[in-house]
Design a protein around this ligand. Structure first.
Ligand code: TRP
Length: 334
């Protein structure tokens, strides 16, 4: 082991444009972890193809997600940043782990059931069912201690732990049993139209989310259309989920706490508040958008980042893969 830092693994799918939910809920926290932990941040393109992707969109989005990682402040010198499909050990380990996973446990996953319903049973691929096993491979190949994920992924983390435990028990200790990592300031950003649901880049209604790359005009429009209530009080309460969500957004950008925000808008209606929320988001995103565009126009640099990341990721993960192969009973090639 290189050092005694705990190992972190996380990833985002390039299956849609990233939202401020991805930024405030994940990326902003990842940046805070980079000094303290040995972090692996992956663009999980193999996961993205579990539902159909247009090749040219997938290509574009994969680089865009990578550029967003960098623009948000992830330092490629401190973290291992890579594209999942560049590191063949992920697919190989997923196959092996498939043989230690039961179809029953996969078909019970909430996300699988939801997505199957959404995309229609006839087009549900084996890959979609198998999604959590690939995620387990991602995590276990690096012996990750901690996995920062949203609440919607805790079931996948649970099955990762089960698979790891099963393999360890069957043979001998091979994998670290990973834990979920819920950051202190973990902001869960909700849908702007249905504020009891998590904001998602795969929503059909663009007014439900704000994209990291949305222009100032679009951001203003979407915030002004965000669903609130008729109470007219800026209050951080579950009874006002729309307003609560806007407060969460402001709070995670400005580091003002909800009480301070409530106080600031006491006696004012929603119009002023919403207009300030839009300004705050725009100010936060503008420099990031600028950097994303700079990175995207420097393909040579992006290439150097993902090449170096893939090399390091392969080196580390291949050791674990070989260990798995050996324990299973495969003949070593050399
Ligand atoms: N399934 C995760 C999501 O949609 C993405 C992901 C893939 C992931 N592999 C991972 C997250 C490994 C953490 C660790 O959010």
């Amino acid at each position: 082991m290189e050092n005694n830092k705990k190992i972190i693994f996380s990833g985002i799918q390039p299956s849609g444009d990233l939202t401020i939910g991805n930024y405030l809920g994940a990326l902003k926290n990842w940046v805070k972890l980079q000094d303290q932990y040995d972090c692996y941040y992956c663009v999980v393109d193999l996961h993205a193809i579990t539902v159909r992707q247009e090749p040219k969109d997938l290509r574009k989005r994969t680089l865009e997600v990578l550029a967003i990682y960098l623009a948000a402040g992830l330092d490629p010198e401190k973290n291992t940043i890579f594209i999942q499909s560049h590191v063949s050990t992920h697919s190989e380990a997923a196959w092996l782990l498939n043989c230690y996973t039961y179809t029953g446990e996969l078909s019970r996953m909430t996300q699988f059931k939801d997505k199957s319903k959404r995309y229609g049973e006839a087009t549900v691929s084996v890959g979609l069912l198998d999604y959590p096993v690939l995620m387990a491979a991602d995590i276990l190949l690096y012996n990750a201690d901690l996995v920062p994920v949203g609440k919607d992924q805790t079931q996948h983390l649970e099955i990762t732990r089960d698979i790891a435990q099963r393999f360890n028990n069957l043979y001998s200790p091979t994998f670290t049993i990973p834990e979920g990592y819920i950051p202190e300031a973990g902001a869960k950003i909700m849908d702007l139209q249905e504020p009891t649901k998590k904001m998602s880049k795969s929503s059909d209604n663009p007014n439900s989310y704000i994209l990291i790359m949305d222009s100032p005009d679009v951001i203003r429009k979407k915030i002004s259309r965000a669903v609130t209530d008729t109470l007219g009080i800026v209050k951080y309460t579950d009874e006002q989920p729309g307003i609560k969500n806007l407060i969460t957004i402001v709070s995670s950008i400005t580091a003002m706490n909800p009480e301070e925000i409530e106080k600031k808008y006491e006696g004012q209606g929603y119009a002023q508040f919403k207009s300030d929320v839009a300004d705050i988001i725009i100010n936060e995103l503008e420099p990031i958008q600028k950097k994303v565009n700079e990175f995207l126009s420097d393909k040579t640099y992006l290439e150097s980042v993902y090449k170096k990341g893939a090399e390091k990721a392969y080196y580390i993960s291949n050791k674990v893969l070989r260990k798995m192969q050996k324990k299973i009973g495969f003949i070593p090639k050399q």
